[in-house]
Write a new protein. Structure first.
Length: 354
C-alpha cells in the first residue's frame, strides 16, 4: 500500500497503517543500558528499543498485577502530594479544550499520590470510569529511591526522571524542547510521531493558552476532520507510529511532535529528559515569542530582510563567517560561556526597557 493510499483509509485506523520508527534490538551488546548515553546522544530521529527495561523490578510487578504495581509504588511513597487531572468519561480520554475554547475539558486538583493510586484501583472494574491522570511528576521528589532500583543507564546525561500514571488517556500532539527517553513500566502506550517540519500540517493551537504548558495540535487523532484540517492528510503520510508494551523504550528527539495514548486501566510511563547545550542558555521558545511581538508585525519586505539576517547570524553552518572580527570583540558572535551570556543578557534586558 502506498503512502497516499494509507491516508485515504478510514480515520479510526490510519495510525495502524503508518510506518514505525527505527527499531534497535536491546539484546545487542551496544544497546545495553551502560552504553545508552553514547547510543542516543545527538540522534536526530526517534529510536524504539523494545525490552530495554524488561529487567526493571517495576516492570515485573506491573506484569503480575495492577495491585502489586500500586503496592510497589507505595513502598517508596513518603506522603507526596501531586497534581492530578480529572476528565469525564464522555471525553473518551482526550485532554483538550472545552467546546467554547474558554477553558479546558478537565479539572485539576492536588491530591495525595496514595489517594490517586487508590482511585485508579477502584476504577479498574468500572466500564464508564472517568479519566484520572497524574503527569510530569518528578520521581526523586515523589518516590525517592525508585530510580535507584530501576536504573536508566543515562547518568552521564544528568537526566530528570518523571512519571506519568493514569487510566485511559489521549495527550494531544506537542513538542518538548528536551531530548526524551520514555519507558513503559505498566500498561500500553501508542505514540504517534511527526518531524518538526510537519508543524504547518498539524494545526497548532494557541501558544499562550495551553492545557499543560506546550502548544498542541487541534486535530482529534481518533477521528481527524480532514474538511476542517485538510493539510493534516500530509501529516498523516509523514507520521511514525509505535505501540509500546511494558519494558519497551522510545527515544524522542527534542522538537519532534508526539501524540501519546494510554490504553489500559492503569498505565505507568517513566521518562528521562535531558538537554544538549548549557543549561544557562535558557528557553529558546522565548526567542520565538519575542519575534512574534516584533518581527511578525513588520511589513513583508522587512520580514524578508530579517529572515536573511537570521539565516546568516543564527542558522548558517559556516563556522568561519565571523573570522574577520577579532575574538575580543565578537561578543555573542563568538563562543559563549556563562559570564558572557550573563553580560549580554543584561544588555538585552536593558534594551527591552527602551
Amino acid at each position: 500500500m502506498t503512502r497516499s493510499e494509507k491516508s485515504d483509509s478510514t480515520h479510526s485506523s490510519w495510525q495502524m497503517l503508518c510506518d514505525p520508527p527505527l527499531k534497535i534490538d536491546a539484546s545487542h551488546a551496544g544497546v545495553q543500558r551502560e552504553h545508552l548515553s553514547t547510543l542516543l546522544k545527538g540522534r536526530e530521529v526517534p529510536v524504539a528499543i523494545p525490552n530495554l527495561m524488561k529487567d526493571w523490578p517495576i516492570v515485573s510487578v506491573g506484569k503480575a498485577s495492577n495491585n502489586e504495581l500500586c503496592e510497589y509504588l507505595l513502598s517508596f511513597d513518603k506522603g507526596a502530594t501531586v497534581d492530578a487531572l480529572h476528565l469525564p468519561f464522555k471525553e473518551d480520554g482526550r485532554m483538550f479544550y472545552n467546546e467554547q475554547l474558554s477553558g479546558f475539558n478537565f479539572s485539576r486538583s492536588r491530591m495525595l499520590f496514595s489517594e490517586a493510586l487508590l482511585t485508579l484501583q477502584e476504577n479498574q472494574g468500572k466500564p464508564k470510569s472517568d479519566t484520572l491522570y497524574v503527569g510530569s511528576t518528578t520521581i526523586d521528589s515523589c518516590l525517592p529511591g525508585l530510580l535507584a532500583e530501576n536504573d536508566s543507564g543515562l547518568e552521564a546525561l544528568k537526566p530528570l526522571g518523571t512519571l506519568w500514571i493514569g487510566n485511559k488517556s489521549r495527550i494531544a500532539a506537542h513538542y518538548d524542547a528536551s531530548d526524551n527517553l520514555i519507558c513503559v513500566a505498566a500498561g500500553k502506550r501508542r505514540v504517534t510521531l511527526f518531524p518538526p517540519s510537519q508543524v504547518e500540517n498539524l494545526y497548532i493551537g494557541p501558544l499562550h493558552f495551553t492545557p499543560a504548558g506546550q502548544s498542541i495540535s487541534m486535530v482529534d487523532f481518533s477521528n481527524p476532520d480532514l474538511a476542517a484540517f485538510p493539510k493534516f492528510k500530509e501529516a498523516m503520510q509523514n507520521a511514525l507510529v509505535i505501540d509500546l508494551s511494558p519494558g519497551d523504550a522510545l527515544y524522542i528527539p527534542a522538537m519532534w511532535w508526539h501524540h501519546i495514548e494510554a490504553k489500559e486501566n492503569i498505565n505507568l510511563l517513566i521518562n528521562f529528559w535531558w538537554r544538549e547545550g548549557e543549561q544557562f542558555l535558557g528557553r529558546a521558545e522565548n526567542t520565538l515569542y519575542h519575534a512574534l511581538l516584533t518581527l511578525k508585525q513588520l511589513p513583508k519586505s522587512q520580514r524578508k530582510a530579517w529572515k536573511s539576517l537570521f539565516d546568516f547570524y543564527v542558522f548558517s553552518d559556516d563556522e568561519h563567517r565571523f573570522q574577520h572580527i577579532d575574538n575580543s570583540k565578537k561578543g555573542p558572535l563568538g563562543d559563549i560561556d556563562e559570564n558572557t551570556h550573563r553580560q549580554f543578557k543584561a544588555w538585552l534586558v536593558n534594551n527591552f526597557k527602551q
